[in-house]
Design a protein around this ligand. Structure first.
Ligand SMILES: *Cc1c(COP(=O)(O)O)cnc(C)c1O
Length: 412
C-alpha cells in the first residue's frame, strides 16, 4: 500500500436511520393520548399515506417486512410441499416465509442488467416445474427488476406474484411504484431501510378481501363474536402505534432520502470511473431506483485471487487487481461500513437441497465458471465480484472522497 489514508473521525455506516424531528412528535402524541398499543391514529394515518404515495388500494401495517411477506405467502395460497419460485440473490427474509408455510423455495438465478430475478431463468423453471403457482420476487438494493418480462411469464403460467419491495420503497418502473406489481406486496421499515420506524412493515394489495384477511390474521384471527372465537390460526403481527408514529414522521422525507442516496451513487460512479469496476446496473430506460445502497462489481479481469469458505475469506493482493474481501477490509480499516452482496440463497447451507434454475439450465456450479465470458451461475458471480459500499445519507462528500480514495488504493 503506497500512502496511509487517515481513518474517518466519525464512523460512516452502510445505511443508518435518519430522523427529522416529526417522528418524536407523533410518538409523544401516542404516549399522551395513551394509544400505546397496536391500535391508534398513527397506524391509520401511515396506512392511508402509504396507499397514496405508492398507489395501492389497501395497506396493512405490520410488525415487520418479514411478517408482511409471511401473510403475503399465506394469501398466495402456499401449502405444505408446494414449490415456490423465489429470487435467489436476496436477503433470507424474502424466502423464509415460504418455508414457514411448508413450501419449498426453488431459486431462480439473477440477471446482469438489474441484479434481480432473471425472467429467462423463470420461464425455464416453469418448463421444469409447470405445477408452480406462486413467484416471490425482490427488487435488490432499490433497483426495480425486469417487471414486464416477469409479469408476462407469470401471466402465461397463471402464477400469483408476491413482490418484495422491502428495499425499493419509492422506486418506480415505467412511472409506477414498486409494491404495486404483485398480487400481494411487501415493504419494510427496518432500521436500515430508506425510511424507518425502527422496525415495521406493510402488506400492500388492491384486494379488499386480502387486506381484511391479513388484518384478521395479524391480530390472532379473532372472529366477530363477543368472546375470543377462532376458526383459523392467527399471529401477533400488527404494527405498534408507537412505531407507526416514527414511520409517520419519516414518510414526508422519503423523496429527500432518495435524492441524497442518488447523489451518493453518482459521486461513487464518478469517483470510481477510472478503476476496472462498475456500479450496480440501472435500467434507466424503464426505471428510477431509490438508490438505497450503492454497490460496485470488479471487472472479471481485475479480480484478484479470493477464496471464501463458510465463515472466512482469504485473498491475495495483486498489482492492478483487487477483491471484495480486500476492499471491505480496507473500508473497515478507515472506520466505514461496507458489506458483501447478499450471498445467494442457493449457496446457503440451509437451502443446499433446494432446486436452483439458471438460464442455461446448468444448475449448481461448484466454482465461479465462465463460458465465453458469461458466468454459468450469475448470482454466484455477482456475489464473488461485488460489494455494497457505505451508503449512509448523512455521509459528507469529504468522507465519501476518503472512501473512494481507499478503494482506489486497493488496485495499486
Ligand atoms: C429488509 C428486508 C426484508 C425484511 O424486512 P424486515 O422488516 O427486516 O423484516 C425482506 N426482504 C428484503 C429484500 C429486505 O431487504
Amino acid at each position: 500500500m503506497s500512502k496511509e489514508i487517515k481513518p474517518l473521525e466519525k464512523k460512516v455506516w452502510l445505511s443508518s436511520p435518519t430522523m427529522h424531528g416529526e417522528e418524536i412528535k407523533y410518538v409523544q402524541e401516542a404516549y399522551e393520548t395513551n394509544w400505546m398499543s397496536t391500535v391508534g391514529a398513527n397506524i391509520n394515518e401511515v396506512e392511508k399515506e402509504i396507499c397514496k404515495k405508492v398507489g395501492c388500494k389497501y395497506a396493512v401495517a405490520l410488525a415487520s417486512g418479514t411478517s408482511s411477506l409471511h401473510l403475503a405467502v399465506k394469501l398466495a395460497g402456499v401449502k405444505p410441499g408446494d414449490k415456490v419460485f423465489c429470487s435467489d440473490m436476496t436477503f433470507a427474509a424474502t424466502v423464509n416465509p415460504v418455508v414457514y408455510e411448508g413450501g419449498v423455495p426453488v431459486f431462480i438465478d439473477t440477471e446482469y442488467d438489474t441484479w434481480n430475478m432473471d425472467p429467462v431463468a423463470l420461464e425455464k423453471a416453469f418448463e421444469l416445474y409447470p405445477e408452480v403457482k406462486v413467484v416471490v420476487v425482490a427488487h435488490l438494493y432499490g433497483t426495480p427488476g425486469k417487471i414486464d418480462e416477469i409479469k408476462a411469464v407469470c401471466k402465461k403460467h397463471n402464477a400469483v406474484i408476491v413482490e418484495d419491495a422491502a428495499e425499493s420503497l419509492g422506486a418506480t418502473y415505467k412511472g409506477k411504484q414498486t409494491g404495486t406489481f404483485g398480487n400481494y406486496n411487501c415493504i419494510s421499515f427496518n432500521g436500515n431501510k430508506i425510511i424507518t420506524g425502527s422496525s415495521g412493515g406493510m402488506l400492500l394489495t388492491d384486494s379488499e378481501e386480502a387486506a381484511n384477511k391479513a388484518r384478521k390474521w395479524s391480530t390472532q384471527s379473532r372472529e366477530a363474536a363477543a368472546w375470543y372465537q377462532h376458526e383459523e390460526i392467527g399471529y401477533n403481527y400488527r404494527m405498534s402505534n408507537v412505531i407507526a408514529g416514527v414511520v409517520r414522521g419519516q414518510i414526508p422525507h422519503l423523496e429527500e432520502h432518495i435524492a441524497q442516496k442518488k447523489a451518493i451513487y453518482e459521486r461513487y460512479k464518478e469517483g470510481l470511473k477510472d478503476l476496472p469496476v462498475k456500479m450496480n446496473p440501472i435500467d434507466f430506460k424503464n426505471s428510477e431506483p431509490n438508490y438505497w445502497l450503492s454497490c460496485m462489481i470488479i471487472d472479471q479481469d481485475a479480480m484478484g485471487e479470493q477464496v471464501r469458505g463458510e465463515q472466512k475469506a482469504l485473498y491475495k493482493h495483486e498489482k492492478g487487481k483487487s477483491t471484495p474481501t480486500e476492499i471491505l477490509e480496507k473500508i473497515a480499516s478507515i472506520n466505514a461500513e461496507g458489506r458483501p452482496i447478499w450471498k445467494p440463497m442457493h449457496m446457503q447451507p440451509i437451502f443446499r437441497m433446494n432446486p436452483f434454475v439458471t438460464r442455461n439450465g446448468n444448475g449448481r456450479a461448484q466454482t465461479n465458471a465462465y463460458i465465453d465470458g458469461v458466468a454459468t451461475d450469475i448470482g454466484m458471480d455477482i456475489f464473488e465480484r461485488g460489494l455494497c459500499l457505505p451508503s449512509d445519507n448523512k455521509m459528507t462528500t469529504e468522507e465519501q472522497d476518503t472512501i473512494i480514495e481507499v478503494i482506489k488504493s486497493c488496485f495499486e
